[in-house]
Design a protein around this ligand. Structure first.
Ligand code: GRF
Length: 223
């Protein structure tokens, strides 16, 4: 963190959830660090029973329930969502287990400002039931991806990925838990990169400023 970054205003973040909100918790924990370049100003859930709302309240973050059932169409719901975000002067929106497809109009309104986490190494295993599909495919690595949202589901410029090995005796739930742990590591890192501008979108890719060296390969199994 440079002295300059310390003086910049923090990016205002909204997190959209539908459930338990463990990724929300990881973002809350990161944002509580004084040097972190972002602050969560609003948590929105489309489900009133989502446990993530309790996490937000505990951290004294304003919450809002926007139930899609109260809106006639997807367009009406997304319009209200958009207006709520604008009213809170939100800079970046993080989807964290938000189980609702957004209209392409909304995605365009938040072009390059809408971020999602998906529990696979995209573009592999888009959609649902990803862990079982990875197990069935017999791949040695799966993982998670934080990406900029585009209108197509689980697609868009990739900010960060974590490769997670699949082990011989993995069940769906064991694998899901291992991946979730890595999600909690990468989502705050992705938000950091976007909030500082160290990551920026150019065309279909996210480019990075001055990052460290990487190993040439990750190999699994180890011989
Ligand atoms: C995570 O696995 C995330 O990748 C997916 O939905 C799940 C949300 O989990 N999009 P949580 O609510 O953050 O615990």
């Amino acid at each position: 963190m440079t002295a300059l970054q310390n003086t910049l205003p923090k990016k205002r973040i909204a997190v959209l959830i539908s459930g338990g909100g463990t990724n929300l918790q990881a973002l809350i924990d990161a944002c509580e660090k004084p040097d972190f370049p972002a602050e969560i100003v609003l948590v929105i859930s489309n489900k009133k029973e989502a446990f993530g709302l309790e996490r937000a309240k505990k951290a004294q973050i304003p919450t809002k329930i926007l139930s899609h059932k109260d809106y006639e169409t997807r367009e009406h719901f997304d319009r209200e969502l958009h207006e709520t975000l604008v009213k809170s002067e939100v800079d970046l929106v993080c989807l964290a287990g938000f189980l609702r497809l957004l209209t392409s109009h909304f995605v365009e309104q938040w072009h390059n400002k809408l971020i999602n986490i998906h529990p696979s190494l995209l573009p592999a295993f888009k959609g649902l039931n990803v862990h079982q599909r990875a197990l069935d495919a017999g791949v040695r690595f799966t993982g998670c991806t934080v990406h900029i949202v585009r209108a197509e589901m689980d697609a868009g410029p990739i900010i960060i990925q974590a490769a997670v090995p699949i082990l011989q005796n993995d069940t769906e739930s064991i694998l899901a838990a291992r991946i979730l742990k890595s999600e909690h590591e990468v989502y705050p890192k992705a938000l950091y990169l976007m909030a500082t501008g160290d990551a920026y979108v150019e065309g279909d890719k996210v480019l990075l400023k001055n990052r460290g060296a990487l190993p040439d390969s990750l190999i699994h199994p180890i011989l």
